[in-house]
Structure formats: C-alpha cells, structure tokens
Design a protein around this ligand. Structure first.
Ligand code: PMP
Length: 379
C-alpha cells in the first residue's frame, strides 16, 4: 500500500488502516445513531453488530464472549489487569521482567514502592525470560506472573505457552501483553493464561480500541466506573466503530496467516542480511526467536537519534524503540536491561514492517540506509 513516496518501517508504533477494516467500520461511521446500550431499534441494530463482532473475537481466541472486554487500548487493558490483580494479591510477589511495556512496568514499580514484592526474572541478550528461571522462583508466595508474548522493541518471542503451563501447575494467575504478537502469528488462549491485552492499531485496525481477555475464573475491580456497560467491568459508551474494525482485523487473520507471516519473515530476513552484507558492524539485537516483522539493529559508530533524523529526511520512517518513550534521548531501557553496552544501545534503531510493506520499499530503504550510514561514519 503506497502511502506516498515515503517508506514506513515503524509498524510496531502504529499501522495503516486495512481498507476492509475501514469498510467494516462504516456501519457506525455514518449518519445513523448507534448506541448498543439503547433499547430502541437503533440500539438493537447496534447491539446485534456488537454481539456478532464479539463472537468473532471470542471464537478466534477460543474463549467465551463473556470473557472479552473492550477498552481504549492496551495501555488501559494493562492498567485494568495489573491494578486489578495486584490489589487482590498485595503484598505477595508479582513475577515479571524489566522488558515489559511501560503500561505494565510502571505499575509494577509502583507496587514495589508501596510495599508489594516484585521479582524480576533475569534477562540477557536472548531478550526473553527463561522457563528454568521461573521454576527457581515460583512458589507459594507468588501472586501473579505477567510477561509480554513478544517484545515490541526487539521482536523476541517469549515461550508463553510453557510459562502458562508452569503458572497453572502452581495455581498462579498469568497476565500476557499480547500486543506485539497479534497480527503476526496465530494466537489462542491456552490453559494457564488468565488474561491478555491487545491493541487494535498494531494490526491495521484504528487507534483507541483495545481488547482485554479476562478468564471468568477471576473477578477484578473495574478501572473505569460509570454506567453498567460491559457488566460494569468497563463503563462508558462502546466505541462501536473501533470494535467492528478490530473484530474485522482479527477475522481477516484467520485466512491470511500463516501466509503473511512467512512473507514478512522473508522480507525482514532479506532486509537484515543485505544491510549486513553492504555495511560493516551491523548487529541485530535479541538472540532469541523473533517475530516475523521486527529488526532492532545497532549500526556501530552511528548515533541512533541522528541516524533516525537523517533517515526521516530521506523519507524512511523508523524508530528509536517504543513510540511511548521515543522523543526522549534516553537510551532504550529494554536494550540496556538486556545487558548491551551503552555504545551499542545508543547506535540502535528499530525497523518494523507490516503485511503491506513491499519488496520495492525494502530495496529503496536498504539503499537509503546504506548511504546514510556510510556518510555518518565518514564524518
Ligand atoms: N504493550 C505493548 C507491547 C505495546 O507495544 C504498546 C504500544 N506501544 C502497548 C502495550 C500500549 O498499547 P496502546 O497504544 O493501545 O495503548
């Protein structure tokens, strides 16, 4: 999908809307009022669509519709889940890592400040926690396990199914941040997963819509209080267009994965390999198995921020890491936690493709990156 002559390689920050998703949203983006909570016929029409959309999502994840809640995005979903669970388990131990998104990490930090116990699983250059390390610490004092399925900066995958099994054996609730996984690989809720958060705008649905899966085994306090929408678990008028869009994006995955996964992986691998052939001292961050679309790359000898700006001027959009923390010049918290030296962290930038990225965009991006890096290194 050509945006214009610029090349967008920052799809872990946000993605372009899929035209089929936009189509599905039209039911609500029109001049007919549609509030699914109203009892009149307008409301009923809206409610029928809401119920259908929810069923599509629940079926895809192999859960029940009653276990799906809509939010304003994954930040809200993570806040709801973490605050809800931590309130219940205080001051027992929450096990997590220092690689989590700030919408989880900052809540865990606050829990610790307030006297709750936190155990950070060790992380290294692999970029994901190890099951053996969890085995060493999980026990009677453990109240919660929370991990991301895929790291949004490096793309490294966590073996969340094995972690879920171990959590279940110890009867410990397990919350997953599924944001960077959904849209790239199939996902379903397996035994031992208690709750998951997702964000629409990471998979060609709009911004401002999130999904929370919460197993009906658990009852958490709502984060947003008001009317009795969504069983009073999340008050506020439904974002119907967002819900229809997100549901369509998930429905589409059933027919396009794993074909699109393979396509993205081939493209990403070719991108990395060609850069490494054409330039010296180009290192890929994260030694673990990675999702198909993400490359965190250190261009040793270049300053990451300056590189990003030069690439932007040449029409290539990449990122410093999480969009939520870029804009600040601080080196990536994630790469630092993985133990990379400062020089490597500061020379790293992230490229993330989508299923709409084309081979010719990758060719053009490679040529521009090679030129810009050579120029910067010669200064
Ligand atoms: N978790 C991860 C892994 C993310 O990448 C993001 C978005 N950067 C979020 C949570 C927050 O998602 P949202 O933008 O929907 O609030």
């Amino acid at each position: 999908m050509a945006l214009d002559s610029r090349i967008y390689l920052d799809n872990n920050s946000t993605t372009v809307l899929d035209p089929e998703v936009l189509d599905a949203m039209q039911f609500d983006l029109c001049n007919v009022p549609r509030n699914p909570s109203c009892i009149h016929s307008f409301g009923r029409d809206a409610r029928n669509e809401l119920i259908r959309a929810k069923r599509v999502i629940a079926d895809a994840f192999e859960v029940s519709s009653e276990e799906i809640y809509f939010s304003s995005g994954a930040t809200e979903s993570n806040n709801f889940l973490l605050k809800g669970f931590l309130k219940k388990i205080f001051p027992k131990t929450v096990i997590t890592t220092k690689l989590e998104h700030s919408s989880i990490f900052r809540i865990v930090e606050e829990y610790q400040k307030n006297g709750g116990d936190v155990c950070f699983l060790p992380v290294d250059k692999v970029g994901a926690p190890k099951l053996d390390d969890l085995k060493k610490v999980i026990g009677k004092q453990t109240g919660l396990l929370t991990l991301m399925a895929v790291n949004n900066e490096t793309g490294v995958k966590t073996d969340y199914e094995s972690f879920a099994q171990l959590a279940k054996e110890h009867n410990v609730p397990f919350v997953i941040d599924g944001v960077a996984l959904l849209g790239k690989e199939p996902f379903k809720v397996v035994d031992g997963i208690s709750a998951v958060s997702f964000s629409g705008h990471k998979l060609h649905a709009p911004k401002g819509i999130g999904i929370t899966y919460l197993s009906d085994e658990f009852d958490l306090d709502p984060l947003i209080i008001g009317g009795n929408q969504q069983n009073s678990m999340r008050a506020g008028t439904h974002n119907l267009s967002g819900i229809l869009g997100f549901s369509k994006a998930i429905e589409l995955l059933q027919s396009i994965l794993p074909h699109e996964t393979l396509k993205m992986q081939k493209m990403r691998d070719r991108f990395e390999k060609t850069l490494q052939e054409k330039l010296e001292n180009v290192l890929i961050n994260g030694e673990g198995n990675r999702i198909c679309n993400t490359s965190s790359i250190a261009f040793l000898g270049c300053d990451g921020e300056s590189l990003l700006m030069s690439l932007d001027m040449q029409g290539v959009a990449a990122s410093h890491g999480s969009a939520c923390s870029s804009g600040s010049l601080a080196p990536s918290r994630i790469l630092s936690a993985m133990g990379y030296p400062k020089e490597r962290v500061e020379s790293s930038i992230r490229f993330s493709i989508s299923r709409f990225t084309t081979d010719s965009e990758i060719d053009r991006a490679i040529a521009i990156i090679v030129d810009v890096v050579k120029q910067m290194r010669n200064l």
